[in-house]
Design a protein around this ligand. Structure first.
Ligand code: 3PG
Length: 209
C-alpha cells in the first residue's frame, strides 16, 4: 500500500533533486542527505542508470523515501514503479500521464505552471502538485494567488529555489515543501565532498514548512 503524496511532501521541508548516473555516488549522496536529516529523495530519470539507482537506494536505505523525477510518460511511470519508486514527479502534465497514473499504485505528483493546468489536474483528482519552474513561472506570488480560488491545492515548488528564497515559499499555507538541486552541488560530487552535502541538508532541514 502506498504513502499519500501529502504525507511524502510533509516528511521534510525539502526534496533534493538528484541527476546522477553513478550508483556509488548516489549511495554516498543518500548517506550524506540522511545524515543531514533529509529522507525524501527525487532521482530524476535523466541518466541511463537512474532506474538502477532507484532500485538500489530503495533496497539499501529503507529509512529513505526514494521517488522518481522527470517522469514524462506512462512507460517511465511503469518502469519507476517496477524499480520500487515510492512516488513519481513529473515536470509538466499530459493527459496520458494524469489519467494513466490514476490506475497505478504509486502516487504521481504532477507538474503545473499555470492556473489552467492546475484546474485540469484537480479535475482528474490531483490535489498535490509540483509548481515548476517555480521562480521562472512567477514564484510565491502565483502560488498565493492560486490559493484564492483553489484553497484545496497543495504544492511542492521546484525550479530556481535555494536556501535564501526557500523560506518565502515555505511560509505559504499551500506549500508543503520545496524541491531543488542545490543540496547536491555537482562540485561536491566531483570532489566526493559528502560532508558538504550533509551540511547543506542539515541547514535546509531546519527550515520550517
Ligand atoms: C528539476 O530539475 O527537476 C528541478 O527543476 C531542479 O531545479 P533546480 O536545479 O533549479 O533546483
Amino acid at each position: 500500500c502506498s504513502i499519500s503524496p501529502e504525507s511524502i511532501l510533509k516528511s521534510g521541508p525539502v526534496i533534493p533533486v538528484l541527476v546522477e548516473n553513478d550508483i556509488n555516488n548516489a549511495i554516498e549522496i543518500t548517506k550524506a542527505l540522511l545524515a543531514g536529516n533529509v529522507k525524501v529523495i527525487e532521482v530524476t530519470l535523466r541518466t541511463p542508470n537512474s532506474l538502477k539507482i532507484i532500485e538500489s537506494l530503495s533496497h539499501e536505505f529503507p529509512e529513505a523515501i526514494v521517488g522518481a523525477g522527470t517522469v514524462t510518460n506512462m512507460r517511465q511511470f511503469a518502469a519507476a514503479e517496477m524499480a520500487g519508486a515510492k512516488f513519481c514527479i513529473s515536470p509538466g502534465s499530459s493527459n496520458e500521464l494524469l489519467m494513466g497514473a490514476m490506475q497505478g499504485n504509486t502516487p504521481l505528483i504532477p507538474g503545473v505552471s499555470t492556473v489552467s493546468e492546475a484546474m485540469c489536474a484537480r479535475n482528474i483528482g490531483y490535489k498535490v502538485l509540483k509548481f515548476f519552474p517555480a521562480e521562472a513561472a512567477g514564484g510565491p506570488k502565483v502560488l498565493s494567488s492560486i490559493a484564492g480560488p483553489f484553497p484545496d491545492l497543495l504544492f511542492c515548488p521546484t525550479g530556481g529555489i535555494n536556501i535564501n528564497n526557500a523560506p518565502t515559499y515555505l511560509n505559504l499555507a499551500n506549500v508543503l515543501c520545496v524541491g531543488g538541486s542545490w543540496l547536491v552541488p555537482s562540485e561536491a560530487v566531483k570532489n566526493q565532498d559528502w560532508q558538504q552535502i550533509t551540511s547543506l541538508a542539515a541547514e535546509t532541514s531546519e527550515l520550517c514548512a
